[in-house]
Ligand binder design. Structure first.
Ligand SMILES: [Zn+2]
Length: 315
């Protein structure tokens, strides 16, 4: 996700739509190579690598909406466990991100923009071949967000995105969806979750849509992580600063005793932890500010669409 702004800091989709030939060829070869070398890469990761400590299955038969920045529940992670997620790819910095992850045997989840997947299908295949989970992030990542579109148009964009990613992947991607700009609607959340899609918000983010140095991003996301002590972390593999800071971030996770948890669709119930009694959305005020009053959902409206929201404070 990138928060909607009148002038976006970068236009990864537009950039990805017009890749130069060298990038395309490099991606193709990278994809072919990775498909054959993924297993070998796994074996070369020693105990010094961050690695992936465990896998959590996300129930594909029963969707929900998680991530404390938008929803009053999240994945039930242990202290010092993190789930890493990357939005808005595939894009020019994605190979560098994949290289950094492969070096540490780190498995993550990518929420792809459909039209980017159409442009760079080899990178979609490479990410999957290297063990990462592929999820969805709409087809066009509309500037005005899915919330401000008609319900039919929003659903059409979501479906087109799912089809584009699945086609690039050559298989069904995970039933995981993240709303661009976190700008959901109760109806769209209800529609997705009723079809087995889990809607992912995040527990913390790196603010990598803001202009800053890789070192500043590293310090910022580590300080947020030390405060939260765990959580679903949002990055953008479309952002060069994230690609640049990622090797050091993964090293810091290892040094500081964090474990990386991988998520993938499965048949077990999704382990959920309810938010505390003082929970509030951190994304709604930002959406209201960036999109204006029309985008603001009344709290009761917003809760209505979420499936079986456990009331905060209930046992
Ligand atoms: Zn996005």
């Amino acid at each position: 996700m990138i928060f909607p702004t009148t002038k976006r800091p970068q236009a990864p989709a537009a950039a990805a739509l017009q890749p130069n030939l060298a990038v395309v060829l490099a991606s193709l070869f990278a994809g072919l190579f990775a498909a054959q070398s993924g297993a070998a890469e796994e074996r070369t990761c020693g105990p010094d690598a961050l690695g992936t400590s465990r896998t959590i299955e996300i129930d594909r038969s029963k969707g929900t909406a998680i991530g404390l920045q938008s929803y009053p529940r999240t994945l039930d992670l242990h202290d010092h466990e993190v789930v890493l997620t990357f939005d808005d790819g595939p894009a020019a910095p994605t190979p560098q991100v994949l290289d950094a992850l492969a070096k540490e045997c780190a498995r993550v989840t990518f929420f792809l923009i459909g039209r980017n997947a159409e442009s760079l299908p080899a990178l979609v295949k490479r990410a999957a071949a290297e063990g990462h989970t592929i999820g969805h992030h709409s087809y066009s990542h509309p500037d005005k967000t899915l919330r401000l579109m008609s319900e039919d148009a929003a659903k059409a964009d979501i479906e087109k995105g799912i089809a584009a990613v699945d086609k690039a992947l050559g298989a069904k991607a995970a039933p995981f969806f993240r709303f661009p700009g976190f700008a959901d609607t109760p109806e769209l959340v209800a529609d997705l979750t009723s079809r087995g899609y889990t809607v992912f918000g995040s527990d913390l983010w790196a603010s990598d849509w803001s202009k800053m140095t890789p070192k500043a991003e590293l310090d910022l996301v580590l300080s947020r992580l030390e405060k939260n002590r765990k959580g679903i972390v949002l990055f953008h593999d479309s952002q060069a600063i994230t690609a640049q800071m990622l090797p050091e971030f993964l090293r810091e996770l290892k040094t500081r005793g964090y474990s990386l948890v991988h998520i993938r669709p499965g048949d077990a119930p999704t382990p959920i932890a309810a938010a505390g009694a003082d929970w509030t959305s951190t994304t709604e005020p930002i959406i209201a500010k960036t999109l204006g009053p029309k985008a603001k959902l009344a709290p009761h409206e917003h809760d209505h669409g979420a499936q079986e929201a456990p009331k905060s404070g209930d046992p």
